[in-house]
Design a protein around this ligand. Structure first.
Ligand SMILES: Cc1ncc(COP(=O)(O)O)c(C=O)c1O
Length: 396
C-alpha cells in the first residue's frame, strides 16, 4: 500500500511485534503479587549493568528522578552550581534547580548539538558540584576533556544518557564512562517502557548504596531511615516488560541507524543535504571533521565515529524550518522541534538573568532544527516517503 502518512512514533507497532512475549511477562508479574521491587527489578537491573558495562544499575521511576537522585547522592543543594548545556530537555536543569542549586549553562557545538566542552572549563567555580553532559539525540557528547577537567578539579561528571542507551564513546557504552549515568525509558526512548521508568548507573559501590537508599526514603534496612530520600522506585511490571525489550535493543538500534543512513543518502544524492556534524563528538575533533563539509540547505546529523543510536534524526534547515514542518504536516508527516527554546530563555529559568544572544549556537539550533520520524519499526518505504517530501520542499 502506498504510504500517505508517517507518524512521529507509534508505540503500538513496537508492542505488536513482541506481543506474546510482553503479555507473558506482564501476566507473570500480575500473577506473582510482587509489584514493588523484588526479582523482576533485580533481573532488569542486572541485565542493564551487563549491557552497559558498569557494576551497578539502579532502577528508578523516571529519567528525571534518575538525575534528581544522582544529584542528591552527590550532596548537591543550596549554594552549589552544576554546569550543563542550555540546549537540552528541561529535566536536566530542572533536577538541579529543584535541589536549590544553580544550573550554569554552556553553549553547544553547531555540528553535533552536544555541549561545547571548551566552554565548560570557563564556567567552573569553587561552587561547582557536578558537570552534566547530555548525549543529545542519541550521540555521545565529547567526554575526554570533561573527564580530565573533572579529575583535575575533583568534580564528578554525570552523563545524562536519557536519549542514548547503547550509544558508545571511545568504544565504551555511555552511562558507564563517567562516575554516574542517568537513563530514561519514556516510551519514545530507544528502550521505551509502557509508562515512566528510569535508571542510574555507576561502578562506585558507596554511591550505588546511597542511590538505592534514596530511592526508598533513605531506608537502609526496613524502617531504618538514614537519609531523607523519596519514592523513586521503578515498577516491577515495567522491569519485566523492559527486560523483554532489552533483548531486542541492538536490533532496534540497527534499524534506527539504517533509517538515518537512508535519510542521509537520499538527501545527499538529491543535493539538498550535507553533513554538518561528522566526527566523534565536538571540540577539536568535530570542528576538524566538519571543516570540509559543503554547505547545503539541509544540515544533516553526523554519521559519527562513535556509535550514534539515533533517538532522533535532527536536521538543520536555516530559514525554512517552519515552512518545511508545515509542508510535511500537509503531506501527512509528523515532525517535532527539539527544542523550540533553549533553557536559558525559559521563564522557569528567568532568575539566572540570561537574555537572547547569550548562547548563540543553542539559539540557532532551536530556531532551525527539525526532528524527522526515526523510530525502529518504521519501514524503509515510510522513511523514503518522508525524505522525498523534504526534498520536494527544499527544491521548490
Ligand atoms: C536529555 C533528557 N534528560 C532527562 C529526561 C527526563 O526523562 P523522563 O522523561 O523519563 O523523566 C529526558 C526525557 O525526555 C531527556 O531527553
Amino acid at each position: 500500500m502506498a504510504v500517505t502518512q508517517v507518524v512521529l512514533l507509534d508505540p503500538k507497532r513496537s508492542y505488536a511485534q513482541l506481543a506474546p512475549e510482553l503479555e507473558a511477562a506482564a501476566l507473570r508479574v500480575l500473577q506473582s503479587g510482587r509489584y514493588i521491587m523484588g526479582p523482576e527489578v533485580e533481573a532488569f537491573e542486572q541485565a542493564c549493568a551487563r549491557y552497559l558495562g558498569c557494576k551497578h544499575a539502579i532502577g528508578v521511576s523516571s529519567g528525571t528522578d534518575a538525575l534528581l537522585v544522582a544529584l542528591m547522592a552527590l550532596g548537591v543543594g543550596h549554594g552549589h552550581e552544576v554546569v550543563l548545556p542550555t540546549y537540552t530537555f528541561f529535566a536536566t536543569a530542572g533536577a538541579v534547580a529543584r535541589l536549590g542549586a544553580t544550573p550554569v549553562f554552556v553553549d553547544s557545538c553547531p555540528r553535533c548539538f552536544n555541549l561545547d566542552p571548551g566552554a565548560v572549563a570557563k564556567k567552573v567555580t569553587r561552587k561547582t558540584k557536578a558537570i552534566i553532559p547530555v548525549h543529545l539525540f542519541g550521540q555521545a557528547a565529547e567526554l575526554a576533556p570533561l573527564l580530565a577537567l573533572g579529575k583535575d578539579k575533583g568534580i564528578p561528571v554525570i552523563e545524562d544518557a536519557c536519549q542514548a542507551i547503547g550509544a558508545e564513546y571511545a568504544g565504551k557504552r555511555v552511562g558507564s564512562i563517567t562516575e554516574v549515568g542517568c537513563f530514561s525509558f519514556f516510551p519514545s526512548k530507544n528502550l521505551g517502557a509502557f509508562g515512566d521508568a528510569g535508571l542510574v548507573t555507576t561502578s562506585d559501590d558507596r554511591f550505588a548504596a546511597t542511590v538505592r537508599a534514596l530511592r526508598s526514603h533513605g531506608e537502609v534496612t526496613r524502617y531504618d531511615h538514614q537519609l531523607v530520600g523519596g519514592n523513586f522506585r521503578i515498577d516491577a511490571l515495567q522491569c519485566a516488560l523492559l527486560n523483554v525489550k532489552l533483548a531486542h535493543l541492538d536490533e532496534y538500534t540497527k534499524r534506527r541507524q539504517a533509517h538515518a543512513a537512508l535519510y542521509t543518502r537520499l538527501f545527499t544524492e538529491a543535493g539538498v543535504g550535507a553533513l554538518v556534524g561528522q566526527g566523534a563528538g565536538c571540540g577539536a575533533g568535530c570542528a576538524k571533521a566538519g571543516a570540509g563539509a559543503k554547505s547545503a540547505p539541509v544540515g544533516l546529523p553526523a554519521a559519527a565515529q562513535s556509535r550514534h543510536v539515533f533517538n532522533q534524526y535532527v536536521i538543520r534547515v536555516p530559514g525554512k524550518r517552519d515552512s518545511l514542518k508545515d509542508w510535511l504536516k500537509q503531506k501527512g508527516v509528523d515532525t517535532a522541534v527539539y527544542y523550540p527554546a533553549p533553557l536559558h530563555l525559559q521563564k522557569a529559568m528567568a532568575s539566572m538573568g540570561h537574555r537572547a544572544g547569550d548562547f548563540p549556537v543553542a539559539e540557532a539550533c532551536a530556531a532551525d532544527s527539525l526532528a524527522l520520524p526515526i523510530w525502529a519499526e518504521l519501514t524503509s518505504e515510510e522513511v523514503t516517503y518522508v525524505a522525498e517530501r523534504v526534498i520536494e520542499h527544499m527544491k521548490a
